[in-house]
Design a protein around this ligand. Structure first.
Ligand code: OOG
Ligand code: NI
Length: 463
């Protein structure tokens, strides 16, 4: 069996995300400052709230907490996206979800490459939000053709990276030495290049079309534009950032602060203004920014609909954009309609949970089994009796459209233009060379698997 000599995709992912983090820390000093702050705040939360610590220990999330981060890149061509899919597959990361950002006035669509199995997520949930530029949304025909021509000519992958991807696909894995080489070669694609591939006037005309178009088209590769660590208390981070010289945006995107966090809350700080050597003279560009996030429980379609409805309600209030001075209060008041305890969320089918049989449940196996096998399976009764425990399933995905404030705040301009809201998912999947997995189905399956495991355990006890 040769597979024993291969490094697991999880291990390749962990090596890669470490290398990426080290590279980004060198390139963007404030990222290092943020990591230190996040480490301190997370330690404080765990110390102040032993229940959180115990719960994270029990679900295996504690071990992944300080490894956990996501990055984002923006690609220029279908071919780049197709190869990126193969590159991430080497690290056990697969395309999950389809995001149409044109509805937020940003000319891209996207997916998130991430691990999908329970075990792989526990080892290291490293994710990369990956956008593909939609050149067809550039209105000026000549500019569109020029942009297409520029990106068609670049090669964002090193020859060795391409060879190692093929090697992995052919052999079914990489050896230790190959994995190390792969990490170094793959990293090259994500590195910042201060040499642009175009002259300044080309940059400017693309920049006028949309800042994001210039960011994708004018450079040698898809520099990682942010790397986001996960905090257990985003409000504490937000409050502590100014004292460390980090100027965060005013408002945290997403749901309000809650006892039981849901989905994703994020805040960001302004990109570096970086010196860029265009082919004719020197200028500058803002590509990279900092971001921080707090993750909560994944919502069911019913929970997500309620979330979207409440958020839309806040935004439709007069003068209530996220820049409004009382936005935070309005958000909190509106979200009083979203139950803030896990029992209510679970019983109302608003969120996903992983179920586990307790010792008390094992002791009552026969009755517990009868309840689970009843025509109306009474899982909630088992939880209420303490026979089964329910652990929130963490949301592993993104909310870029409802958090369009992040995109906008870091583009610097007032680009609120709306592109036609025509989701082009099929075209995206053709370019990807594969389908995108449905994130809601993944959460539902994780929940089902846990219920099934409880059932199997009970059946084994009742013989
Ligand atoms: C990606 C923005 C999406 C998030 O956390 O929602 C994202 C980008 O700016 O390229 O990273
Ligand atoms: Ni992000």
């Amino acid at each position: 069996d040769v597979s024993g000599s291969f490094v697991s995709p999880d291990e390749v992912r962990t090596r890669f995300s470490r290398a990426m983090s080290d590279m980004y820390r060198d390139e963007v000093p404030q990222y290092g400052t943020l990591l230190d702050l996040v480490g301190e705040v997370n330690a404080q939360v765990l110390q102040a709230q032993p229940a959180v610590q115990q719960d994270m220990e029990r679900t295996g999330e504690l071990a992944r907490l300080n490894l956990e981060r996501h990055g984002a890149i923006r690609l220029g061509t279908a071919q780049e996206l197709g190869t990126m899919r193969r590159l991430f597959a080497v690290m056990g990361m697969h395309a999950v979800g389809y995001y149409d950002l044109s509805v937020a006035g940003v000319p891209v669509h996207a997916t998130a490459f991430r691990p999908v199995t329970d075990e792989a997520l526990h080892k290291n949930p490293f994710r990369v939000f990956t956008s593909l530029l939609r050149l067809e949304l550039i209105a000026d025909e000549a500019l569109r053709a020029k942009a297409a021509d520029i990106v068609a000519q670049r090669q964002i992958f090193t020859p060795k990276a391409l060879a190692l991807i093929e090697q992995c696909e052919a052999a079914g894995g990489l050896t230790h030495a190959q994995a190390d080489a792969f990490v170094q070669e793959a990293l090259e694609t994500f590195r910042w290049h201060s040499d642009a591939t175009v002259d300044f006037s080309t940059y400017e005309s693309l920049q006028q079309s949309h800042r994001l178009v210039a960011d994708v088209v004018c450079f040698k590769g898809p520099h990682i534009n942010h790397l986001t660590p996960r905090t257990l208390d985003i409000d504490a981070i937000q409050a502590a950032m100014p004292a460390r010289g980090i100027n965060a945006k005013d408002v945290v995107e997403g749901p309000p602060r809650r006892q039981c966090p849901i989905l994703l809350r994020q805040t960001s700080f302004k990109a570096l203004e970086e010196t860029v050597r265009f082919t004719d003279h020197t200028g500058s560009h803002t590509a990279r920014f900092g971001e921080i996030e707090q993750r909560g429980v994944a919502l069911t379609p019913k929970g997500r609909a309620l979330y979207d409805q409440l958020l839309a309600q806040v935004r439709s209030m007069e003068n209530a954009g996220s820049a409004a001075p009382d936005y935070v209060q309005r958000l909190a008041r509106t979200f009083e309609q979203f139950p803030d305890d896990h029992t209510a969320m679970r019983e109302q089918g608003l969120a996903y949970y992983r179920y586990a049989l307790t010792a008390a449940g094992q002791a009552q196996a026969a009755e517990a089994l009868a309840l689970l096998q009843a025509p109306e399976p009474a899982l909630n009764v088992l939880v209420a009796r303490g026979w089964v425990q329910a652990h929130p399933i963490t949301y592993e995905d993104f909310l870029p459209v409802s958090a369009a404030g992040i995109f906008q705040s870091n583009l610097g301009g007032q680009e609120q233009r709306q592109y036609q809201a025509n989701a082009a998912r099929q075209v995206f999947e053709r370019d990807l060379g594969g389908t995108t997995l449905d994130e809601l189905a993944l959460y539902a399956q994780a929940q089902e698997r846990s219920v099934d495991a409880v059932l199997q355990a009970l059946m084994a006890l009742v013989v």
